[in-house]
Design a protein around this ligand. Structure first.
Ligand SMILES: *[C@@H]1O[C@H](CO)[C@@H](O)[C@H](O)[C@H]1NC(C)=O
Ligand SMILES: *[C@@H]1O[C@H](CO)[C@@H](O)[C@H](O)[C@H]1NC(C)=O
Ligand SMILES: *[C@@H]1O[C@H](CO)[C@@H](O)[C@H](O)[C@H]1NC(C)=O
Ligand SMILES: *[C@@H]1O[C@H](CO)[C@@H](O)[C@H](O)[C@H]1NC(C)=O
Ligand SMILES: *[C@@H]1O[C@H](CO)[C@@H](O)[C@H](O)[C@H]1NC(C)=O
Ligand SMILES: *[C@@H]1O[C@H](CO)[C@@H](O)[C@H](O)[C@H]1NC(C)=O
Length: 489
């Protein structure tokens, strides 16, 4: 009945670079879809012109290649090894889903009475902007006259075949599996007449992830319980599941450029020696490295690009993503966490069963109706993007760091690792908990199955009293302590 309450908009889904500049914006500000006709536009144009020139160049080059017989080195290609767990968990926000810990049952006598899930869409192709940037870097690599390292031999006959923006098959199955898992885990609070209330932000890949989740949930229940996507929130309007409402928010370019100039330099040197004539530059490195995750999730077999880089280099790639999110939407961005306040206020409303109190990103019309924002369900599921979820974590107070991440020196003990926070299909689950013999209710939060300590509300084994949890959310309850106004002022 409620399905497609709002029309789904596909034509608006052009990728943009949001507030990031041409270099970093393409690859790592991957979740924004509105074209903002401001500073970035010039950069997009330059990058696209460069792309066109390189496409022309590479067509000529490939024509030459077809006629040339001296190109292939003929060196044996190293046998493809299975994906190393270590490396596949170092792909920052391009990591396929993995649980960070084993789900911990609640203490004896306690049970879940309500569940709130917010989940990122599943694995996907590069966004438009990232795809263009990747192909620019690739064309540069393919300018090489020959390859002196056998690991590059595959490039002699290489075609870029990735699609754009959409989920890949693995992405659909990640969401399906999540729906099945969550039915199994929370089946005790599922009833006919009390099915999960499911919302999705309007990007096609987000809506499809929501649909795949409902299919997994239904399948695990032997089609007994068939939730529907109840509401789609349009991304160009008030929407707590996306991050487009804070035009003044800054970006992470300064920090990511700094780190790039440190970690990419030796890789540039090595690849330029192995591919004489390519003349790669620092910015090409994160794009070329991102082909490892993108091709791997798309083809479900390890990409040749993964073999071009070491484990230490993927650790540096992870840190590049960590800095990007920390200074883009996390604690390092003055107007980062305010973009998570709307969702947190909706979460508080559901946990306390009281109407939403929010003056930020919420749609007050939708949130004040029991049809579009019911308060009497047991399971709420929202589908969103990585940047938005990072802002929500920071608004809540999760993943606090002793100090801001250093753009030159990664702390190996940091807990801010985006592969563990927002991998594809990453999820935060807020459980409301009732324990026998106690009148108080409790809250527990899991991110990718790891129990968060909730030290900010006195968490014991990750459990806070509901009242203490609500008290701890002063930043959200004050609509971001003046920060929301700064988004526009
Ligand atoms: C690759 O190119 C360099 C520079 O043109 C040349 O010295 C070298 O012999 C070439 N190697 C092969 C295997 O063709
Ligand atoms: C190049 O790749 C295409 C398609 O991927 C394949 O059909 C062709 O045989 C390859 N050519 C060589 C020389 O490996
Ligand atoms: C929630 O309340 C609505 C009326 O506002 C009612 O129609 C619906 O059945 C209730 N659902 C549950 C699970 O109690
Ligand atoms: C995921 O959703 C898409 C689009 O709704 C559908 O075509 C596909 O079959 C689904 N896959 C799974 C595994 O549910
Ligand atoms: C709020 O949601 C309603 C219903 O979908 C929609 O008509 C309206 O345009 C939305 N307003 C804003 C500002 O998001
Ligand atoms: C949308 O959000 C803006 C900014 O908080 C607010 O002024 C406006 O009233 C909201 N519109 C609706 C329909 O909630």
């Amino acid at each position: 009945m409620l399905e497609r309450l709002a029309p789904q908009v596909k034509t608006q889904e052009t990728q943009s670079l949001g507030s990031d500049d041409c270099e970093i914006g393409f690859a790592l500000s991957d979740e924004k879809e509105h074209v903002m006709l401001s500073r970035p536009t010039r950069c997009i144009c330059i990058r696209i012109l460069e792309f066109a020139a390189l496409v022309l160049f590479s067509s000529l080059f490939l024509a030459w290649l077809a006629l040339s017989s001296t190109r292939t080195t003929g060196a044996p290609f190293p046998a493809a090894s299975p994906l190393s767990v270590d490396v596949d968990h170092l792909w920052a926000q391009y990591s396929p889903y993995f649980p960070v810990a084993k789900y911990k049952p609640l203490p004896r006598g306690c049970k879940v009475s309500q569940v709130n899930i917010i989940q990122r869409h599943g694995s996907r192709f590069p966004t438009l902007g990232a795809g263009v940037a990747i192909q620019v870097s690739l064309a540069r690599l393919l300018r090489a006259r020959n390859f002196t390292d056998p690991r590059l031999a595959f490039l002699a006959n290489y075609t870029y075949e990735l699609g754009q923006d959409d989920l890949v098959a693995l992405g659909a199955s990640e969401s399906f599996s999540a729906g099945a898992l969550q039915f199994e885990r929370y089946r005790d609070i599922v009833r006919h007449g009390n099915l999960p209330f499911v919302r999705a932000s309007s990007s096609k890949r987000v809506v499809e992830s929501a649909t795949n989740w409902t299919a997994g949930f239904a399948s695990a229940s032997n089609e007994m319980f068939k939730p529907k996507v109840s509401l789609i929130l349009l991304e160009y309007l008030n929407d707590t599941l996306t991050n487009k409402m804070c035009p003044n928010a800054g970006n992470a370019n300064e920090q990511t450029h700094h780190w790039q100039s440190i970690f990419a330099r030796p890789i540039v040197h090595r690849l330029n020696q192995a591919a004489p004539g390519a003349n790669l530059v620092d910015i090409d490195i994160p794009y070329l490295m991102s082909l490892c995750p993108f091709e791997t999730v798309a083809k479900r077999t390890k990409s040749h690009f993964c073999d071009l880089f070491t484990q230490q280099e993927f650790e540096a790639f992870e840190y590049y993503g960590d800095l990007n999110k920390f200074y883009g939407f996390g604690y390092g961005q003055t107007l980062g966490r305010v973009q998570g306040v709307g969702y947190v206020n909706e979460l508080l409303a559901r946990l306390t069963g009281k109407p939403v109190q929010d003056h930020t990103q919420t749609n007050r019309t939708l949130d004040s109706s029991p049809v579009t924002f019911p308060l009497n369900r047991s399971i709420y599921v929202d589908f969103s993007h990585d940047n938005t979820m990072v802002a929500i974590y920071a608004a809540l107070g999760l993943f606090q760091q002793p100090k801001h991440l250093d753009p030159a020196h990664p702390d190996p003990d940091r807990t801010w690792m985006v592969s563990r926070m927002v991998p594809f299909s990453g999820r935060m689950v807020t459980e409301k908990v009732q324990c026998s013999g106690k009148t108080d209710q409790f809250v527990r939060i899991l991110v990718n199955d790891a129990v968060e300590p909730l030290e900010f509300c006195g968490g014991k084994h990750g459990l806070c009293e509901l009242d203490a949890f609500v008290q701890s959310q002063g930043y959200a309850r004050s609509d971001g302590a003046g920060d929301f106004e700064k988004c526009f002022a």
